[in-house]
Design a protein around this ligand. Structure first.
Ligand code: ADP
Length: 286
C-alpha cells in the first residue's frame, strides 16, 4: 500500500540536506535559527515547521468535532437544507438517519440548489440528492488522507471512532491549514478567541481553549483523555460543571461563567492569590 512514505522521504532528505541536519528535532532548531538570523522569512519558517510536524498528525488532531458538525436529518425537506446551508455558511452538509452516529450521506450546496430550481413545486427527498459519504478512521494519518482526497477527488470525509460512531468531519482545508496556517474563506464567521486577557492576570477562556495553549501562561494541565480546558474540568468534577462552579488548580482559580448540560462555554481564570481590587480602590490604597 502506498502510504506516501516515499514522497515524504524525498522532501525529508531534501530538507535535511538543505539545512545539514539528520533528525527532526535538530532540523526544527535549524529552521528556527535560520529565521532568527533572517535567512528564512517568518511565514516560510511556519510552513517548514508545519511540513515537518504534518507527519505525526492524525485526522482526530485537526477535524471539526462531532458536536460542531452542522448536519441534517434525512427526513427534512430539501428547502430546510437550503436554510441550514445559508445559516451555517458550509457548502456540504452531512445527513444522518436517527442519530448523528449514523451519517448516511452528504448534501452539496450546488446539488441542493439545482434540485430546488428544477422541481419548484415538489422538491425531491434529501435521500435522492445526497452523495455517498467517505468514511475514514479518526486515527488515519492526514498525510495519507490528503493523498486519498486527491486520488478520489473528494474534499470531505466523516471520521469514525473505533466503535463506528461519528467522531468528526474533516475537509481538505483542515489538512492544508496544518501547513499554511488558517485559511479564512469569505464565509468563515469570525471565531471567538479561546484565550482572552481581560485584565492583569485575568483571562476569559472558552471551554474549548486547548490545554497545550495554556502552557504558554505557565499552566501545565496534562491529560491523555482530553485536550480542552472544558473537557479537563468536566473530568475533574465528574460532571459538566455548572455556572459559578469553581476549581483551584496550580495556583489558579477557574470559575465557570456559562455552561449548558453538555459543555462549559465560557470561564474565567485568575491567580488564586489575586487581590480583586477595583482600580479606584487600589488607587485609594484600599
Ligand atoms: P466550507 O467552505 O463549506 O465551510 P471548507 O472545506 O472550506 O468548507 O471547511 C472550512 C471549515 O469548516 C473546516 O474546518 C471544516 O472542517 C468545517 N466544516 C465544513 N463543513 C462543515 C459542516 N457541515 N459542519 C461543521 N463544520 C464544517
Amino acid at each position: 500500500m502506498d502510504d506516501g512514505t516515499e514522497g515524504h522521504s524525498t522532501i525529508w532528505s531534501r530538507l535535511c540536506r538543505l539545512f545539514g541536519h539528520d533528525n527532526q528535532e535538530s532540523l526544527e532548531k535549524a529552521i528556527v535559527e535560520a529565521r532568527e538570523d533572517g535567512e528564512v522569512e517568518p511565514d516560510e519558517e511556519s510552513m517548514l515547521l508545519g511540513i515537518l510536524r504534518f507527519d505525526g498528525l492524525q485526522v482526530q488532531d485537526t477535524m471539526t468535532p462531532r458536536t460542531d458538525i452542522d448536519c441534517v436529518s434525512d427526513d427534512i425537506p430539501l428547502k430546510e437544507v437550503a436554510r441550514v446551508i445559508v445559516r451555517s455558511g458550509h457548502s456540504r452538509i452531512p445527513v444522518f438517519k436517527e442519530t448523528r452516529d449514523n451519517i448516511v450521506g452528504i448534501l452539496h450546496a450546488k446539488d441542493v440548489l439545482s434540485s430546488l430550481l428544477d422541481h419548484e413545486g415538489d422538491a425531491p427527498s434529501v435521500a435522492s440528492v445526497m452523495r455517498e459519504p467517505f468514511f475514514v478512521p479518526e486515527t488515519k494519518s492526514i498525510r495519507t488522507l490528503l493523498q486519498e482526497f486527491r486520488a478520489s477527488k473528494q474534499h470531505i470525509a466523516i471520521a469514525l471512532d473505533e466503535y463506528g460512531g461519528t467522531s468528526g468531519l474533516i475537509t481538505i482545508e483542515d489538512v492544508l491549514e496544518e501547513i499554511v496556517g488558517d485559511i479564512e474563506d469569505e464565509h468563515d464567521a469570525p471565531r471567538e478567541e479561546d484565550i482572552r486577557s481581560v485584565g492583569e492576570g485575568v483571562y476569559e477562556l472558552t471551554g474549548r481553549a486547548m490545554l497545550e495553549d495554556l502552557k504558554e501562561l505557565g499552566i501545565n494541565l496534562n491529560s491523555d483523555e482530553v485536550d480542552t480546558i472544558g473537557g479537563y474540568l468536566s473530568m475533574e468534577a465528574g460532571h459538566v460543571p455548572e455556572k459559578d462552579e469553581q476549581f483551584t488548580l496550580q495556583g489558579w482559580i477557574f470559575t465557570v461563567l456559562e455552561a449548558d448540560r453538555k459543555l462549559i462555554q465560557k470561564l474565567r481564570m485568575e491567580p488564586a492569590d489575586h487581590e480583586t481590587l477595583l482600580p479606584e480602590e487600589a488607587a485609594a490604597g484600599a
